[in-house]
Design a binder for this molecule. Structure first.
Ligand SMILES: *[C@@H]1O[C@H](CO)[C@@H](O)[C@H](O)[C@H]1NC(C)=O
Ligand SMILES: *[C@@H]1O[C@H](CO)[C@@H](O)[C@H](O)[C@H]1NC(C)=O
Ligand SMILES: *[C@@H]1O[C@H](CO)[C@@H](O)[C@H](O)[C@H]1NC(C)=O
Length: 249
């Protein structure tokens, strides 16, 4: 029953997104006090709807803050703030951090567990410098910042010079695949007389697709991305390219 209720809510969000347009954009309001040192550039992402959300930012180069204070609250209950349990750059062992992005190792992370659906949140990341503070404020709704990790185990097998199959596995970090299924897009690229060409296909709900590519001898690069089935947020980054050459007759 709870699951069904969740689904209904999600549908409502999509309607709001269509009507509101704006709702899909992460609203950012950055407030700096005077000519203070640089403000952290904070990005928030939900890699497994609905409960694995991370807000992350790189350490500003110089000067380096002495420390950070990061808090978040519901927009309409700003008196009730929660403190982030910050994860420092280099602590990649935390299983909360998606392994898909190599640079995520160099970021500060604030995990936001168990956010409510369809609720506006405000995150405040304050970089504390000796004598000065620099405050980043941004606002988001969980549904707008969904971005899965890329699909894994992408395999491309040519049957013969006419057919090939592309198959992959869902990102293992997307925990509730049964309740919140994913859809996928395929991108393939090739070079023709020095010009790079690219075709996008999908979305597909299956994890295997047969394609007819009638170009014996041509080499293609295949990549796949994953998006929440109803269209929440954005497609994952593209998977690492898989190279395949169509056999000659
Ligand atoms: C996410 O939610 C599921 C189902 O409610 C739960 O089993 C899981 O432990 C949660 N994960 C985190 C990181 O809170
Ligand atoms: C952001 O957090 C800092 C440090 O906790 C606090 O001093 C400041 O008032 C907060 N700003 C807003 C707009 O909530
Ligand atoms: C190509 O794929 C189609 C199905 O998509 C199949 O019916 C056909 O037999 C395949 N052709 C070859 C030569 O394998």
């Amino acid at each position: 029953m709870a699951v069904m209720a969740g689904r209904v809510c999600v549908t409502v969000t999509l309607l709001m997104c269509v009507l509101g347009g704006q709702a899909l954009h992460l609203r950012r309001l950055t407030a700096t006090s005077g000519n203070s040192p640089s403000t952290p550039t904070v990005r928030c992402r939900c890699a497994s709807y609905p409960n694995v959300t991370l807000c992350s930012w790189p350490e500003p180069s110089h000067p380096t803050p002495t420390h950070y204070v990061a808090t978040y609250s519901e927009r309409h209950r700003r008196s009730v703030t929660k403190h982030c349990h910050l994860i420092q750059p280099g602590s990649s062992s935390s299983d909360l951090i998606s392994t898909s992005s190599p640079s995520s190792d160099q970021l500060w992370h604030c995990p936001l567990p168990r956010l409510k659906l369809l609720t506006d949140y405000i995150i405040n990341v304050t970089a504390v410098y000796s004598g000065r503070n620099s405050v980043h404020l941004s606002s988001f709704m969980l549904e707008d910042i969904v971005k899965p990790d890329p699909p894994v185990n992408v395999q491309v097998s040519p049957y013969d010079f006419r057919n090939l199959s592309v198959q992959w596995s869902p990102p293992p970090t997307w925990a509730l695949l049964d309740i919140f299924p994913l859809k996928y897009q395929i991108k393939y690229q090739w070079e023709s007389r020095g010009i790079q060409k690219s075709v996008n296909l999908g979305p597909y709900e299956s994890t295997k697709v047969e394609l007819k590519l009638r170009s014996p001898g041509r080499t293609y690069l295949f990549q796949v991305c994953a998006k929440e089935l109803l269209g929440l947020g954005e497609c994952s980054d593209w998977s690492a390219p898989v190279k395949i050459t169509i056999p000659k007759k």
